[in-house]
Design a protein around this ligand. Structure first.
Ligand SMILES: Nc1ncnc2c1ncn2[C@@H]1O[C@H](COP(=O)(O)OP(=O)(O)OP(=O)(O)O)[C@@H](O)[C@H]1O
Ligand SMILES: [Mg+2]
Length: 378
């Protein structure tokens, strides 16, 4: 079984800590996506799993074997890089068969394996061509084939789709998901593209400055981001994040800021000194025009037509929020608007640590009356 366990892994280059104390379990058959902004350590962590970059600290096990110091070629892992360098003078068949020839497998076995992989990737008709006679997407599949032919314990992929145009990316994305389902093998996949992460991953591991921010299913990380960083990274446009204070009014809690007064669906009493600095988060698709509460009062700065939907950029106090809805929103530049959001779509984060604040029990069986804003947690 190809369960990958990473324990307290760190990698330092001189002054840069590229990977910082990452502990992560990747189960057999998972499609785990390492996601995060440029420079957050995704490639370094993947290369450490592959054995191409030695760790400064920590351990990696594959199945029950400690592979921390195992050379890359003995790791039973296949890596697909962003720049899928194919051998230009070799045919597609010889490119795919290369890893087997390097391992001196018998000719008949190589031919059979190459044909099988070519069928899987729909490359059978192209086996005699050279790489320059292929489209970008076909070259990409040859690079994948070269990894597949070895039947490895797990596939490691670093932005393998980044050289493809938008249409081909979408198609290859679906093919990769399909391939994963068919093979049932473990995939570890690096990308900074959140659409790739949301659509293909069984779980997403979000990295920020070498540290793991959150690991969870696409639904979990999108619906319950563990930090303001995750909230602000996922979503297009990302979640609106506003500095606010939690205060009590007539026994109920509200998040307030300039031109913002959002009723939280909980009771509580806070003295003025006890009012708390938070970051208020609401996704653009959860903002509604109008609503019962005072909500967010602002002026429309710009309306963008995305075809199926519209985005309205609204200035609220000294902040700017974005609202996304189906067309037409019936808003124009200069309009004064009031916006609101349902309590279950309101996120609160600790102002200093950025960590998610639990202010409503998110389990379906929750006794809502018992829930309090737990400000001490982060
Ligand atoms: N060989 C190296 N020597 C020194 N610093 C390095 C080296 N490799 C990576 N780094 C640094 O480590 C950090 C993480 O780099 P890494 O390549 O893992 O980022 P990434 O998340 O893959 O980014 P991108 O999305 O741009 O590919 C960066 O600050 C980078 O400059
Ligand atoms: Mg990278």
């Amino acid at each position: 079984m190809s369960r990958i366990h990473i324990e307290a892994a760190s990698k330092r280059f001189d002054k840069v800590t590229a990977v910082d104390q990452v502990t992560l379990d990747i189960e057999h058959g998972e499609f785990l996506v390492l996601l995060g902004p440029s420079g957050c350590g995704k490639s370094t962590l993947l290369r450490a799993i592959a054995g191409l970059t030695p760790l400064t600290e920590g351990r990696i096990t594959l199945g029950d074997k400690d592979i921390t110091h195992t050379p890359p070629r003995d790791r039973d892992l296949a890596m697909v890089f962003q720049s899928y360098a194919l051998y230009p003078h070799l045919s597609v068949a010889r490119n795919i068969g290369f890893p087997l020839r390097a391992r001196r497998r018998p000719k008949a076995e190589i031919r059979e394996k190459v044909e099988q992989v070519a069928r899987t990737l729909d490359l059978s008709a192209l086996l005699d061509r050279r790489p320059r006679e292929l489209s970008g997407g076909q070259r990409q599949r040859v690079a994948l084939g070269r990894a597949l032919v070895r039947d490895p314990g797990a596939f490691l992929m670093d932005e393998p789709l980044s050289n493809l145009d938008a249409k081909l990316r979408t198609a290859t994305r679906a093919e990769l998901s399909e391939l994963h389902r068919r093979l049932g093998s473990t995939f570890v996949y690096v990308t900074h593209d959140q659409v790739e992460a949301m659509t293909m991953a069984t779980r997403i591991a979000l990295l920020n400055g070498g540290k793991l921010e959150q690991v969870g299913s696409p639904t979990e990380v999108y619906d319950r981001p563990a930090s303001a960083f995750v909230a602000g990274f996922l979503g297009s446009p990302a979640m609106n994040l506003l500095d606010a204070r939690v205060v009590s009014r007539e026994g109920r809690l509200h998040a307030v800021a300039e031109d913002v007064d959002v009723a939280l669906d909980i009771t509580g009493e806070l003295s003025d000194q006890d009012s708390q600095d938070v970051v208020l988060g609401i996704r653009p698709e959860h903002l509604r025009i109008g609503g019962a509460h005072p909500g967010l009062r602002g002026v429309v700065r710009l309306v963008e037509n995305l075809g199926s939907e519209e985005l309205a950029h609204v200035v609220v106090g000294d902040a700017r929020v974005c609202l996304r809805g189906s067309r037409p929103l019936d808003l124009a530049t200069g309009d004064a608007v009031t916006l609101s959001a349902a309590p279950q779509h309101i996120h609160l984060f600790h102002r200093e640590s950025g960590k998610r604040l639990v202010w409503r029990d998110e389990s379906p069986t929750a006794n809502r009356a018992a829930v309090e804003l737990d400000y001490s947690a982060p």
